[in-house]
Design a binder for this molecule. Structure first.
Ligand SMILES: [Fe+2]
Length: 467
């Protein structure tokens, strides 16, 4: 079996020689290539000579301390994931290494002794598990199993939208009652449509569940799948839309709950590119969206539609370049990220349903979104500005700053308008042509938006006979 972390190089920096050699013997037996050093000086020497995917550093390292080795890795910009180990949690505090500090220094994970080799290996694997679906091994001995686990550890999806190729890429569950689940598929088991249909039709199962920790694996899988579909024009456009929508939904959930690290950012940009290809490859987008709106009403649907409308408009605007497009799409995907920081009651409402204090709080969400993104240095200023200004209106009646006309960042104008269109689509069940008709009838509404952008949208979705 090919295993994409089979040949991983690991450096173990451990002052206790016996423990160090136990580690490397164990890891090497499991097909890794690991080296042990018992002091910081040797660690630094090896780090410049050889590439290590992972470096494990013990807090009590001497002759260049653990902190010096970590700073060295950072200073020299050496690409290695750092795991810091210690015999007691207290030692981290004594070395003035708080969790926040460790993160700033680039420490990816912390382990307190005693830990098993399995634990160490699973930490290491954790860094690379986005692609673990590539390593699925066939597993044929399986019977259903009931388990008890907290609801908040699971992510749900509609049963008809579940897809993962020939072998299940993670364990799949049905929810029985509060905190009770039935495992119906084991990772590696082959998937028979018949069995799924049986759950759906005979047992009235509407949703399947998987562990939230597997969500990033699924994101990576779907994104790869959509990339492959690009080369196959005969795939039903509706299937493409479904995959893309699921992908966007999971991606945003992942960012909402786990935050955005470098890897997630990279994946988000590639999700945006997938969406772009989806849109580009669908000339009959108008009728598809009509169909799609018949059953869609979720928040993820809103994000997906905002992205689709944004992308459609961008194609008609001359100032958009290949360089700026993914950033604007990322802004479209993340435009409401700040809602995460709002009180739960307010979060799910539209501004029209709120007044007084709640409205003022709600109107902070663009600023809160930008603040969340401010913490991630890799996020481009263009994305932050788009998020911050997506509710500004050209007539100056928007929020949070009340900017008008050319003071508003153009990509934010596009995303803001696409956001409004997505609201109309979902709220009123209007397909693109219906929105255009409504906008022409209710001119008042249109004054908040840039006429060039409105025109670009109309050009995208004109009924065929007028083109
Ligand atoms: Fe918003």
């Amino acid at each position: 079996m090919h295993n994409n972390w089979e040949l991983m190089n690991i450096l173990i920096c451990e002052p206790d020689r016996k423990l160090g050699s136990t580690c490397i013997n164990g890891l090497n037996e499991r097909s890794h290539e690991s080296i042990h050093v018992d002091n910081g000086r040797d660690a630094q020497r090896l780090l410049v000579q050889k590439v290590f995917e992972v470096t494990v550093v013990d807090v009590e390292l001497s002759s260049f301390s653990a902190l010096e080795v970590i700073k060295f890795i950072r200073f020299k910009n050496i690409k290695t994931k750092i795991i810091l180990t210690s015999k007691s949690e207290r030692l981290f505090d004594e070395c003035l290494l708080s969790k926040a500090n460790l993160k700033k220094l680039g420490v990816a994970s912390v382990l307190t002794r005693p830990f098993s080799l399995d634990k160490l290996e699973s930490e290491i694997k954790g860094f690379f598990d986005r692609q673990s679906w590539r390593d699925v091994e066939e597993n044929s001995n399986f019977t259903e199993e009931e388990i008890t686990a907290f609801d908040d550890q699971f992510t749900s999806m509609k049963i008809e939208e579940f897809f993962c190729g020939n072998l299940a890429i993670f364990d799949v569950f049905i929810r029985l009652s509060k905190n009770k689940y039935l495992k119906i598929l084991n990772r590696g088991e082959s998937l028979e449509q018949e069995r799924l249909d049986n759950y759906k039709e005979k047992k009235n199962v509407t949703h399947l569940y998987f562990k939230t920790q597997d969500r990033k694996v699924y994101i990576n899988f779907l994104n790869d799948l959509i990339g492959k579909l690009k080369a196959r024009p005969n795939i039903n456009p509706k299937t493409r839309i479904n995959f893309s929508q699921n992908l966007t939904g999971f991606m945003v959930q992942e960012i909402y709950t786990k935050g955005m690290d470098r890897e997630t950012l990279k994946e988000s940009v590639s999700v945006c590119e997938s969406i772009h290809h989806t849109v580009e490859s669908m000339p009959g987008l108008k009728s598809l969206l009509e169909e799609y709106l018949l059953y869609e009403d979720s928040e993820e649907g809103h994000i997906f539609l905002t992205m689709i409308y944004t992308d459609a408009i961008l194609k008609k605007l001359e100032w958009v370049t290949d360089h700026s497009r993914p950033k604007i799409l990322l802004g479209a995907m993340l435009h409401d990220l700040g809602k995460l920081k709002l009180n739960k009651v307010i979060r799910g409402k539209k501004s029209e349903e709120l007044d007084g204090k709640s409205l003022i709080e709600y109107q902070q969400h663009p600023k809160l979104g930008m603040d969340l993104l401010e913490r991630i240095p890799e996020i481009d200023q263009a994305v932050k500005l788009t998020v911050y200004q997506h509710h500004e209106l050209v007539n100056g009646e928007g929020y949070p700053q009340g900017l008008a006309g050319s003071k508003i960042y153009p990509p934010a104008k596009v995303v803001g308008f696409a956001n409004h269109l997505a609201d109309l689509s979902i709220g009123l069940g209007l397909a693109p042509y219906g929105i255009i008709t409504r906008m022409i009838e209710e001119k008042q509404e249109i004054f908040g938006f840039d006429p060039d952008i409105v025109r670009a949208f109309i050009n995208c979705f004109k009924p065929e006979d007028e083109l």
